[in-house]
Design a protein around this ligand. Structure first.
Ligand SMILES: [Zn+2]
Length: 327
């Protein structure tokens, strides 16, 4: 999930308490004879919410850190009831799964040696709290503990937001700029379509909180959700165009978000199949603030026309008579 810019882009210094206590290793921490910096590396979170900063600091001071070659996972030692959050075996199994998926994801997008500031690892934090999973930038994503415990975590989707290169940062833009210009459909659709493809290739379970259907049901689900949403024309105007629907981030979120995510993913997947792969989409998304024109140049196809063909392919033609996406 990419979050609305209006939520939590304020940055605060990490709490002093956490900085002090970070020197101590907790009971479920790592080998005290090893250097804490090496055994408990911390991720960089560029556009963290205030809550992220507090949760990250708490995990880094009191949590359990488990390392892979391509992933660092931070878990709480105990859950809110005081019981151990995860057993050692559970943490190991989760890290092995994350490692496999993230390594495959890097290869899939043609960037096997992906790194952020010379660190090839994606940092996943699993706080014991309820919030929307998100990847605020840098090399760090946040996912609720209960989701990973229940194997209902969109970790591959969030990792994709971090792995896909963008020569700019939409999340750091002013709200009004991102709301008008960010091609949110491309960011969300590409993260989800890539996550689905990698999960399928690796035989990993794929889970999306908003698109809880198997990959082969995605197009039918998208069509159902588009028809069911309050204003299909308005929704489809931002799938293939610029801008974010404000409804996605307010009280109407659940009326629009499943349709938006499913439609964006279905459309991206359709484009990739037509183009013979994800390369044009991956190159276009990197071309910050020129994504639409860049994709049309690289693919040699208009996105307006492409959207009409995709809509016909999933059986929702006629829903967008008033579509006029901005460039
Ligand atoms: Zn996302």
């Amino acid at each position: 999930m990419n979050q609305p810019n209006s939520v939590g882009l304020r940055r605060k210094p990490i709490f002093a308490l956490a900085v002090v206590s970070a020197m101590f290793l907790s009971a479920c921490g790592t080998n005290p004879h090893q250097s804490p910096g090496k055994m408990r590396p911390i991720g960089t979170s560029l556009n963290a919410w205030d809550e992220d900063i507090a949760r990250k600091a708490e995990l880094e001071s009191l949590g359990a850190c488990r390392l892979g070659r391509d992933v660092v996972a931070w878990f709480p030692c105990t859950d809110s009831s005081g019981a151990p959050a995860l057993s050692e075996a559970e943490m190991s199994a989760i890290v092995a799964k994350l490692e496999r998926g993230i390594r495959a994801a890097k290869v899939f997008i043609g960037d096997a040696d992906w790194s952020y500031r010379d660190d090839r690892r994606v940092f996943l934090y699993f706080p014991d709290a309820n919030f929307i999973s998100h990847a605020p930038g840098g090399n760090t994503a946040f996912i609720p503990l209960w989701r990973v415990r229940q194997d209902q975590a969109p970790w591959l989707h969030e990792a994709m937001h971090l792995l896909v290169k963008v020569d700019g940062d939409w999340l750091s833009q002013a709200d009004s700029v991102a709301e008008a210009r960010m091609p949110l459909w491309l960011h969300e659709g590409l993260a989800e379509a890539l996550a689905m493809a990698v999960a399928q290739q690796e035989g990993l379970a794929h889970y999306s909180p908003l698109i809880d259907v198997p990959a082969d049901r995605l197009d039918a689900f998208a069509a159902e959700q588009i028809r069911a949403c309050p204003d299909p024309s308005r929704l489809l105007a931002v799938v293939g165009g610029r801008g974010k629907l404000p409804e996605l981030f307010g009280e109407e979120r659940m009326n629009y978000a499943p349709a938006f995510y499913a439609a964006s993913t279905s459309f991206v997947r359709w484009l990739a199949r037509r183009d013979g792969g994800y390369r044009p989409l991956l190159r276009a998304i990197a071309d910050f603030d020129n994504e639409i024109t860049s994709y049309e140049r690289l693919s040699g196809r208009s996105l307006d026309e492409s959207r009409r063909e995709w809509m016909a392919s999933i059986g929702v033609e006629g829903a967008t008579s008033s579509v006029a996406p901005s460039r």
